[in-house]
Structure formats: structure tokens, C-alpha cells
Ligand binder design. Structure first.
Ligand code: PAN
Ligand code: ZN
Length: 195
């Protein structure tokens, strides 16, 4: 994240829940299929998309609230609808670099799932619709999947020092992948985990 000046005064931003856009915003990133190329299990589908010119999967907006004492951040993510092969658009997913750092996710638009998994293999999933709030305990990797036909927008609140560790998710993914079967989202064992 950018270097942000210390501000010990209250800060208020205004969120448009239908788009995830809030104002003012400090930082924005987007992630494309090319950024998630190792995440989707169907590598042939990934290659076909990349040969056709890549595709936006989600946008992220951040406001790190930096005070002289402790630092919380606000984030919003909008995952656009779509699939890579039969696997729905999703976030990369990560552990926090610091194992003592939790996070709150709040779904404000769309539908899907939040997958969570510890390094020891405890797998949990929450079904999401507007109004669903999930506390992600420390040490659970977290990934959101958009299984709907509209953008899925969620709000995140976390400590700036939490950090992101993507490597284990790049290497193995989560225990299940969420794929479309007969028009419905279903969880199937992740082929990348082997048998
Ligand atoms: C969120 C995520 C955001 C994008 O702000 O960083 O939704 O997901 P990936 O980082 O997995 O691409 C968060 O969980 N911060 O800790
Ligand atoms: Zn996180």
C-alpha cells in the first residue's frame, strides 16, 4: 500500500453499495485473469482467455486509516460475473502474513460464497447474499466467489499490518472449487489437491 500521512482525526467516506465505489478513495487495484492464472484449475480455459486478450475479474479499493497509534483499513471489492471454464470468478485468496490478524467481510451486493481454510486443513464456507457479514478468524485463508449474474460487492475491514500471503493459495488452492453444474453452483474437490 502507498505511504499515507498520519491522521488522528475521524475520517468518513461515502460508499455506493451497488458499485463498491467510495469517496474519497486512496488506492485502487484491479485483477485480471492473467493475475489469477495459477488460481483456476482449468489451465486450458485460462490460456484460451489470455490468447483472446485477458479479462477483468475484480476491482479493489482501499482506504488505510493511518493514526499515530494503530491502523485500520477499509477495502471494497467488486467481482464481476463470469467463469473461467466452469469455475466462477473469484478473488485470489490469501492468508494474512500475521497469524494473529482477523478480518470482517460484509456482502453488500450480489451472491456467492466465502471460502476459508487453515493451514492445518479446517475448511469452512459461508453462503453470501446482501447483508451477510462474516468474521474471518486469524489463520484462515479467505477467498470470495461470485456465483451470480451481477457484480458481487463486499466491504472488508482489517488491520493494515495484517499483510497478505498468497503463496500457499497459489501452490494448492482451497480444498474445493466452486463450479457451475446444470446451471447451479456446486463445490467439488479441488483437482489440484490430488487424491
Ligand atoms: C481484502 C482483499 C481483496 C482482494 O482487502 O485483499 O478482497 O482479494 P485478494 O487480496 O485475495 O486478491 C482482504 O482480505 N484484505 O486483507
Ligand atoms: Zn484479508
Amino acid at each position: 500500500m502507498k505511504q499515507i500521512p498520519i491522521n488522528d482525526l475521524p475520517i468518513t467516506v461515502q460508499l455506493d453499495a451497488s458499485t463498491g465505489v467510495f469517496t474519497p478513495c486512496i488506492e485502487m487495484e484491479n485483477r485480471r485473469v492473467s493475475d489469477l492464472s495459477m488460481m483456476f484449475y482449468d489451465q486450458a480455459a485460462v490460456q484460451a482467455i489470455l490468447e483472446g486478450g485477458d479479462r477483468l475479474v475484480y476491482d479493489i479499493r482501499y482506504y488505510p486509516f493511518i493514526t499515530s497509534v494503530s491502523d485500520m483499513a477499509l477495502g471494497t471489492t467488486v467481482i464481476y460475473p463470469g467463469k473461467v471454464g466452469d469455475e466462477y470468478h473469484m478473488t485470489k485468496g490469501h492468508f494474512h502474513a500475521r497469524a494473529d490478524q482477523p478480518e470482517i467481510y460484509y456482502c453488500v451486493q450480489g451472491e456467492g460464497f466465502l471460502q476459508m481454510e487453515t493451514r492445518a486443513g479446517d475448511y469452512q464456507v459461508a453462503a453470501w447474499k446482501p447483508g451477510t457479514v462474516t468474521h474471518i478468524p486469524p489463520a484462515y485463508a479467505h477467498r470470495v466467489i461470485n456465483t451470480g449474474s451481477t457484480p458481487l460487492v463486499f466491504v472488508a475491514s482489517f488491520h493494515v499490518a495484517a499483510g497478505h500471503d498468497y503463496a500457499p493459495v497459489i501452490a494448492r488452492g482451497f480444498q474445493y472449487v466452486i463450479v457451475e453444474r446444470d446451471g447451479q453452483p456446486v463445490a467439488v474437490p479441488n483437482p489440484r489437491r490430488g487424491s
